[in-house]
Design a protein around this ligand. Structure first.
Ligand SMILES: NC(=O)c1ccc[n+]([C@@H]2O[C@H](COP(=O)([O-])OP(=O)(O)OC[C@H]3O[C@@H](n4cnc5c(N)ncnc54)[C@H](O)[C@@H]3O)[C@@H](O)[C@H]2O)c1
Length: 254
């Protein structure tokens, strides 16, 4: 059974991999046997060395993904596949959040979030999907969605809009590419301990309200996502297409 979860001889690319969920996802893929390319606006030395300690190959590209276009995405996917000789798995993880009441939200906080959290995912997926299609190979695309792919949240209009778009994009791309052996799925994390949630975790009132609503009774640890990403990246998810998989301590069931 366990060979179905093996990622040996597979190459993954994880965006936003310098820390937080992206770092855990990248290391989780390497633990399952994959070599892993990393892209981030910051350096990914730490993640790269964690992966190399597992005797897997890793390399990072320090790159701002916020306002990339189609050609940039194509070149990035090209660079990764030239470096590793192949690409099998794309994890679209890089994302930001900007909090403010909708009536005060700046143009930058609207378009910056939509651009990185949705446009970049489309362009990278389009480039990776075209690469898989042109070679006639299987491929896996895994997008980071959110509880705000289902809910509106509080004072996060651009983020909720982008993450709802990620759920739609996941289904749309899956409908086009599933018959070609390309799996497009998403992971929707609940509330995890990372920089993105530092503001609400350090606000005692918000922290308490969130904790009370999570059936598991605790914030997620980034390592809790490793199983989901390995499942979606491996043959274990052979018949899983277009799904948004919640890993949320039970939040959505509440
Ligand atoms: N933490 C949570 O509770 C939670 C919940 C649901 C979804 N998510 C999603 O998971 C993903 C990862 O979030 P996280 O909590 O690890 O956040 P994080 O801020 O710790 O990590 C985000 C990563 O993206 C990188 N990044 C930011 N802007 C970039 C840019 N312009 N170009 C390239 N890289 C850039 C950062 O350097 C960082 O490494 C995001 O898409 C986020 O929306 C997080």
């Amino acid at each position: 059974m366990s060979h179905r979860f093996s990622l040996h001889n597979q190459v993954a690319l994880v965006t936003g991999a310098s820390r937080g969920l992206g770092q855990a996802l990248a290391v989780g893929l390497a633990e399952a046997g994959a070599d892993v390319g990393l892209i981030d606006i910051n350096d990914c030395r730490k993640t790269e060395s964690l992966i190399q300690d597992l005797d897997r190959k890793s390399h990072y590209w320090q790159y701002d993904l916020q306002y990339i276009g189609q050609e940039d995405a194509r070149q990035l996917i090209d660079s990764v596949q030239s470096y590793f000789g192949q690409l099998n798995i794309l994890v679209n993880n890089a994302g930001i959040i900007r909090r403010s009441p909708a009536k005060n939200m700046s143009e930058q906080d609207w378009s910056g979030v939509i651009s990185l959290n949705l446009n970049t995912i489309f362009y990278l997926s389009q480039a990776a999907g075209s690469y898989f299609l042109s070679r006639g190979t299987k491929g896996k695309i895994i997008n980071l969605a959110s509880m705000l792919s289902y809910q509106g949240g509080l004072q996060v209009a651009s983020y909720a809009s982008a993450k709802s778009g990620v759920a739609g994009l996941t289904r749309a791309l899956s409908n086009e590419w599933a018959s070609h052996g390309i799996h497009v799925n998403a992971i929707a994390p609940g509330y995890f301990k990372t920089e993105v949630t530092r503001g609400i975790r350090t606000d005692p009132v918000r922290n308490q309200k969130i904790l009370e609503r999570i059936p598991a009774g605790a914030w997620g640890d980034p390592n809790d996502l490793k199983g989901a990403v390995v499942f979606l990246a491996s043959d274990a998810s052979q018949y899983v297409h277009g799904t948004v998989m919640a890993v949320d301590g039970g939040w959505l069931g509440r």
